[in-house]
Ligand binder design. Structure first.
Ligand code: C2E
Ligand code: MG
Ligand code: MG
Length: 740
């Protein structure tokens, strides 16, 4: 059976009313019992009280009787008056059934003058009889077990005395008592000869027997008016039912009405509106549609807002983990279908807790927002970013080429691990990256996440903060901590050195400049990878002292070697370019070692410019104004924009060695190199080809009108001591051999 809400409400209210009714009936049963008990107690108290009153009356009566008898004895006229009074009394009291005459013999014993007990019936007695009966004594007798003689004469001591007592009809009283209480009140004693000695006993309960004497020595006068109230269930029910049922019905109706107006009717209206909204609006009934739609639209808007807040990280506004995992699962499904590859990058930020302690949570929140902005800017449309937990961010990147992924991840790394400025203060943020790639490292989202987490853990314990899952090429697993310590000491103790690799003019064979390249041997005297060293320094806030050391060493070398027209190329780190005081730092060393700005060539990579173009452009422009020459290093591997190339005071483009090395055999590389040379020339830039390892490469570059070359074919990086010799040899042997 289907219950609709109206039926259900009625049933509910009806059931409740019925329940209340039953509860009331049960309470009646209890009430009846209580009231009866109470009435019994009251009855006893009343009975006792009235008997006491009766005894009191009796005493008064006796006193008055003695007084009367004395008077009567002395005065016949008074006696006559009394007889008259008695007659009146007899006539006024129809309950007086009979009159008996009792006489006393010489010994004072009572002797009845009536021939038979019972005597006269009411109304049969005449006035004369009455007088007659009255003398000398009137006593009592029983008539048919029903009534008691109402007029009785008590014992008189001297035989002349006349005593008149009027007593009640206690048989009637007994009957009434019995019918009311169910208890028998018996006359338990009676004396012979019509004299009365009454005892009343409550005999319904033998253990609770109550004896109430109302005259054991004298005849009783007076009346008892006792009613034993008894209550029955139906009696009470009849009395209260009217009110209770009325109240229940009224209350139920009220509740039903309230339910109807507050719940049922709105629900019905809503259902109706939903029904209308679901169906096509009828023509001419557009008003109802208009009325319904705002409500539905608000409902829909609220629902959307709720959904959005459930998806978003409240601090950064990025997606949260739930949505990201959904995107990751989608991407992997897409990858399975289309063969696309995706990288999951987990980023663990460090130092936030300290910032929160030192500067307050608002700084951490602002930092998180800045990091989130940076991450979003670094991403392409197909990529996703989310904040998982307090310190943990996640990226989903589509991978086209592995080397591009590495570049992108490093670029993102540098956007996070840098000096952040907030509210006029600077914060050096640290981070670890763990990367896993689908499908190389895992076939599903769960495993991919696990592998990225493993890589992240490895990043935290190794000396290179970006780790790829099972990627043996990423970084050698030397102890990062020891390495950093050694690097710090090497900088402080001047244990680093520079080597110098010439960049030569292809037309004149002149040395255009010498590129200063860092060399460092660790404690075991092994060469440490310079790329690695630079990143380690960037990572551990050592890049500034390191770059200072390099600039100073280069300037000192220029001033000490004393070679006419010598110029030195210095490679700068990404972080250096974000230091607005870099020009000032360089200027300090130039002045200290008396080096002209024109003797310094600054090499920067494309990626460095693109990271934060506006800031970097400012610093580079400043260097240009100072008179330093700028060269774009590793051209072709990054994403340099021509706009910036035009804006910056750049003089040289250095084509990355990856294109140069195999250009004689690889037509694609050849094409790129040729196009780059042409492009550079249209922008009025000189072109350097680096990584030139063979004569044939040299020839091809010459044919392409490349301006300068650098590479092992021309010269390996030279020790400082070898530089003088290099310059002394005016014509370079290899080039001479070729007849240039
Ligand atoms: P880079 O600036 O592009 O330097 C060229 C790198 O190619 C040097 O490696 C050099 O020894 C190497 N090279 C030169 N000619 C050839 C060749 O014909 N064949 C091959 N296979 N390699 C050649 P190095 O010295 O290991 O430097 C690697 C990178 O480390 C540099 O790339 C540069 O980005 C960075 N680096 C080196 N020294 C410094 C420095 O003093 N400061 C900064 N910030 N970075 C530096
Ligand atoms: Mg370089
Ligand atoms: Mg290079």
């Amino acid at each position: 059976m289907r219950l609709n809400i109206s039926t259900f409400s009625i049933a509910l209210v009806g059931g409740f009313a019925l329940f209340m009714f039953v509860l009331w009936c049960l309470s009646l049963l209890v009430l009846v019992d209580r009231q009866n008990q109470q009435h019994a107690v009251t009855f006893r108290q009343n009975l006792h009280g009235q008997v006491l009153q009766l005894q009191q009356k009796q005493r008064l009566w006796l006193q008055s009787q003695y007084y009367l008898l004395n008077t009567l004895a002395e005065s016949p006229s008074e006696r006559h008056k009394f007889q008259t009074f008695l007659w009146d009394y007899y006539q006024r009291n129809p309950s007086i059934w009979a009159v008996n005459l009792v006489e006393f013999d010489e010994r004072g014993n009572p002797v009845s003058r009536s021939s038979k007990p019972g005597c006269l019936q009411p109304g049969q007695m005449h006035r004369d009889d009455f007088d007659d009966y009255l003398v000398p004594q009137i006593s009592s007798c029983r008539i048919d077990d029903k009534a008691l003689l109402e007029i009785a004469g008590p014992v008189a001591a001297d035989g002349d005395a006349l005593v008149l007592l009027v007593s009640m009809d206690y048989f009637d009283f007994l009957n009434e008592f019995y019918s009311l209480s169910g208890r028998r009140l018996e006359r338990v004693a009676d004396n012979e000869g019509g004299f009365q000695f009454h005892e009343f006993g409550l005999t319904a309960n033998a253990t609770n027997r109550v004896v109430i004497p109302i005259g054991d020595t004298v005849t009783v006068a007076g009346e008892l008016h006792l009613v034993l109230q008894s209550v029955t269930f139906w009696g009470l029910f009849e009395r209260q039912a009217g009110i209770v049922i009325t109240v229940l019905v009224a209350a139920s109706s009220l509740v039903l009405l309230l339910l109807y107006f507050s719940l049922l009717r709105p629900l019905q209206e809503l259902t109706e509106k939903m029904r209308l909204a679901a169906g096509k609006p009828q023509q001419g009934d557009s008003s109802r549609g208009v009325e319904v739609m705002p409500g539905l639209r608000h409902l829909h808007d609220d629902f959307n807002a709720l959904q959005q807040s459930a998806k978003r990280d409240p601090v950064t506004g990025l997606n949260n983990r739930v949505i990201f995992e959904d995107r990751l699962a989608q991407a992997i499904r897409e990858g399975k279908r289309s063969g696309r590859r995706y990288a999951l990058v987990l980023i663990d930020l460090r130092g936030l807790t300290d910032f929160a302690h030192q500067h307050g949570q608002y700084i951490v929140d602002a930092l998180l927002r800045q990091v989130a902005d940076g991450l979003q800017k670094s991403l392409r449309e197909s990529d996703h970013v989310a904040r998982f937990e307090r310190n943990l961010f996640a990226l989903l990147l589509e991978v086209q080429r592995r080397d591009q992924l590495n570049t992108l991840v490093e670029k993102i790394y540098l956007s996070v691990v840098r000096r952040h400025q907030l509210y006029g203060r600077e914060f050096d943020l640290n981070a670890y990256f763990g990367v896993a790639i689908y499908p190389e490292h895992a076939a599903d989202a769960g495993d991919l996440y696990q592998h990225a987490s493993d890589a992240l853990v490895r990043a935290e314990h190794s000396d290179w903060p970006i780790q790829y899952f099972r990627d043996a090429d990423a970084v050698t697993d030397t102890s990062g901590f020891t390495l950093i310590q050694s690097l710090r000491r090497a900088i402080e103790h001047d244990e680093l050195k520079l080597v110098f690799q010439p960049v030569v003019d292809l037309a004149s064979y002149d040395t255009v400049y010498l590129e200063a390249l860092l060399r460092w041997k660790d404690e075991d005297k092994h060469d440490v990878s310079i790329d690695h060293t630079i990143r380690l320094a960037e990572q551990n806030q050592l890049i500034k002292p390191l770059t200072n050391w390099i600039i100073e060493a280069a300037c000192r070398f220029v001033s000490e070697c004393d070679i006419e027209g010598i110029a030195i190329g210095i490679n700068l780190s990404m972080i250096d370019l974000h230091d607005r005081r870099l020009p000032e730092r360089i200027d300090t060393y130039l002045r200290r070692y008396q080096v002209r700005p024109g003797q310094i060539v600054i090499e920067i990579t494309e990626g460095q410019i693109m990271q934060d173009p506006d800031e970097v452009v400012d610093v580079l422009a400043h260097l240009g104004v100072m008179g330093l020459s700028l060269s774009i290093d590793d051209f072709g591997t990054g994403q340099a924009s021509l706009t910036y190339l035009k804006e910056l005071p750049v003089e040289k483009l250095k084509i990355d060695q990856s294109f140069v090395r195999d250009m004689t055999t690889n037509p694609d590389d050849q094409l790129i190199v040729r196009a780059t040379i042409e492009l550079a020339h249209t922008l009025d830039l000189k072109v350097v080809a680096e990584g030139v390892e063979s004569l044939s490469t040299c020839d091809l570059l010459a044919e392409m009108k490349c301006d300068y070359v650098q590479g092992y074919y021309v010269s390996r990086p030279l020790e400082a001591e070898q530089v003088a010799t290099w310059f002394e040899t005016s014509v370079k042997p290899d080039l001479v051999r070729k007849g240039r």
